[in-house]
Design a protein around this ligand. Structure first.
Ligand code: NAG
Ligand code: NAG
Ligand code: NAG
Ligand code: NAG
Ligand code: NAG
Length: 369
C-alpha cells in the first residue's frame, strides 16, 4: 500500500518524516472508519485489528497465505434478519463460492450468531490484514447484484459485502450435501432440547391429565405470526395463518396417530395468542412458553419426527435440520387469488422429489378472524 506511494518533493528529512506520520495517521483513520464505524463494524471488525502497523510488516505474518489471494474477489456477508434468515444467508454464501471462484468470509456478527449452534462451520471470519487493502474497493451489494457482478468478472481484488437476506428454499434443499456436513448441531444444545422436552411431557400429566407413553406421537408446531403479516401482505402471499389451519392439522394427526401430543413453539409475543387459541381448550396441545432462546427453540423444533409448518425461515430450518418423517403445511387450494408462499411452493416440489419426508398439505376453512 505504501511502497508505490511517492511523496511530493520534500526538501528536508524532517518534512518527509512529518509527511510519513500524517500518511500513517490518515490511513489509520480511514481503516478505523471502515473497520469500526457502525454499521460496518459488524461486518469487518476483526477480533484483534492491528491497523496501526504498516502493511509491509504485516504481510510477513499473514495468518494463511492462501487467505490473501488477491486474484479473487472476497465476499463477506453482513447478516440481516433473525436466526432463520442468517442460516439461509450462510448457505447462499457457500453457494457463491461453489459457483464462482471467490473467497468467502462470514462477518463477525454472522459467526457469532451461528457458531454456538454449529461448531463445524467451514467459512471463517476475516483474519488476515490483506483484507484492509481491499477496503479500497469495498462494494455494498445485494445477493442478486453480487452474482451479476461476479458473472461480469469485474475487479478481481474487490471486496463485496452482501447485506440482504435471500432464502430460496429450493436452492437450499438442492445444495443440502454441501451444508449438512457443516450444520452439525452442538451436542450440548441437543441434549438440553431433549431434557426440555422430557420435562414438558412430564408436566403435561399434571397440567392436562395426559399420560405420555409408548403410544404417544410427539408433533412439533411452529407458529409464525407477529410482524410477519407485513411481509406476507407486501408480496400478496395471504395473511398469517388462522387458528383453523392449526386445528385442521391437529385433526389430521389425530386421525393418523392413536395418541398425538402437540407441542407449540412460537415467539414470546405470541404466547397469549397460542395459549388462548390453540392450547387452552385441548388436552393434547401444549405450549413451549418457557422463554428459551431462538437457538434452543430451533433445536427443539428440529428434534420432532412430525412438524407442522406455518411461515418463515425459522420453521424452514426446523424442518431441514430435522429427520422429520412428516411435515404438514397449507394446501395450495387455500391460496385463492394469492401468490403461493415460496417455501410452501418449495415443499410442493421437494415432496415429489424424495420420499424420506412425507410432505402433507392441509386444507382448512378460515372463519372470521
Ligand atoms: C454487468 O454488465 C452489464 C453489461 O455490461 C451491466 O449493464 C451491468 O450493470 C453489470 N452489472 C454489475 C452488477 O456490475
Ligand atoms: C421443568 O418444568 C418446570 C415447570 O414448567 C420448570 O419450572 C422447570 O424449570 C423445568 N426444568 C427444566 C430443567 O427445564
Ligand atoms: C384423567 O384421564 C383419565 C383417562 O385418560 C380419566 O379416567 C380420569 O378421570 C381423568 N382425570 C381427571 C381429573 O380428569
Ligand atoms: C385468539 O385469536 C383471535 C383471532 O385471531 C384473536 O382476535 C384473539 O386476540 C386471540 N387471543 C389472544 C389471547 O391473543
Ligand atoms: C423411495 O424409496 C425407495 C426405497 O424405499 C427408493 O428405492 C426410491 O429410489 C425412492 N424414491 C425417490 C424418488 O427418492
Amino acid at each position: 500500500m505504501y511502497r508505490g506511494m511517492k511523496a511530493p518533493v520534500v526538501s528536508t528529512p524532517r518534512l518527509k518524516w512529518l509527511l510519513g506520520c500524517v500518511t500513517i495517521l490518515l490511513t489509520t483513520f480511514i481503516l478505523y472508519v471502515f473497520l469500526y464505524n457502525e454499521p460496518r463494524a459488524t461486518v469487518l471488525a476483526y477480533p484483534q485489528p492491528q491497523v496501526n502497523i504498516i502493511p509491509n510488516q504485516l504481510d510477513k505474518h499473514s495468518v494463511h497465505k492462501d487467505e490473501c489471494d488477491r486474484s479473487k474477489p472476497l465476499v463477506v456477508w453482513k447478516p440481516k434478519g433473525r436466526l432463520g434468515n442468517i442460516i439461509c444467508e450462510y448457505v447462499h454464501l457457500l453457494k457463491l463460492a461453489d459457483f464462482f471462484s471467490v473467497d468467502i468470509r462470514t462477518s463477525v456478527s454472522m459467526h457469532e450468531a451461528l457458531a454456538p449452534i454449529f461448531p463445524h462451520l467451514s467459512v471463517k471470519t476475516p483474519s488476515s490484514p490483506c483484507e484492509s487493502e481491499r477496503l479500497k474497493h469495498v462494494a455494498w451489494i445485494t445477493y442478486p447484484k453480487a452474482r451479476e457482478r461476479l458473472l461480469n468478472q469485474t475487479n478481481r481484488a474487490e471486496l463485496l459485502v452482501i447485506w440482504d437476506t435471500p432464502c430460496d428454499v429450493m436452492q437450499i434443499w438442492q445444495s443440502r450435501l454441501q451444508w449438512l456436513s457443516e450444520f452439525i448441531v452442538n451436542s450440548e444444545l441437543k441434549e438440553a432440547a431433549a431434557l426440555r422436552l422430557q420435562n414438558m411431557t412430564r408436566n403435561v400429566e399434571s397440567l392436562k391429565n395426559f399420560t405420555v407413553d409408548d403410544d404417544t406421537t410427539l408433533v412439533g408446531i411452529h407458529v409464525r405470526r407477529s410482524d410477519y403479516w407485513t411481509v406476507l401482505d407486501k408480496y400478496n402471499f395471504g395473511g398469517v395463518l388462522p387458528r383453523q389451519y392449526y386445528e385442521a392439522a391437529f385433526k389430521y394427526y389425530r386421525k393418523r396417530f392413536e395418541k398425538p401430543l402437540f407441542i407449540v413453539i412460537t415467539e414470546p409475543g405470541e404466547y397469549d395468542w397460542c395459549r388462548e387459541n390453540l392450547s387452552k381448550n385441548s388436552r393434547d396441545v401444549i405450549l413451549a412458553d418457557d422463554r428459551r432462546s431462538p437457538e434452543e427453540d430451533l433445536i427443539l423444533l428440529s428434534s420432532f419426527a412430525h412438524i407442522i409448518y406455518s411461515h418463515g425461515s425459522f420453521g424452514v430450518w426446523g424442518i431441514l435440520l430435522s429427520e422429520a418423517e412428516t411435515v404438514a403445511y397449507p394446501d395450495h387450494k387455500n391460496d385463492g387469488d394469492k401468490v403461493r408462499y415460496p417455501p410452501h411452493q418449495a415443499f410442493d416440489e421437494i415432496g415429489k422429489m424424495q420420499n424420506r419426508t412425507e410432505y402433507i398439505t392441509i386444507m382448512y376453512k378460515s372463519g372470521e378472524e
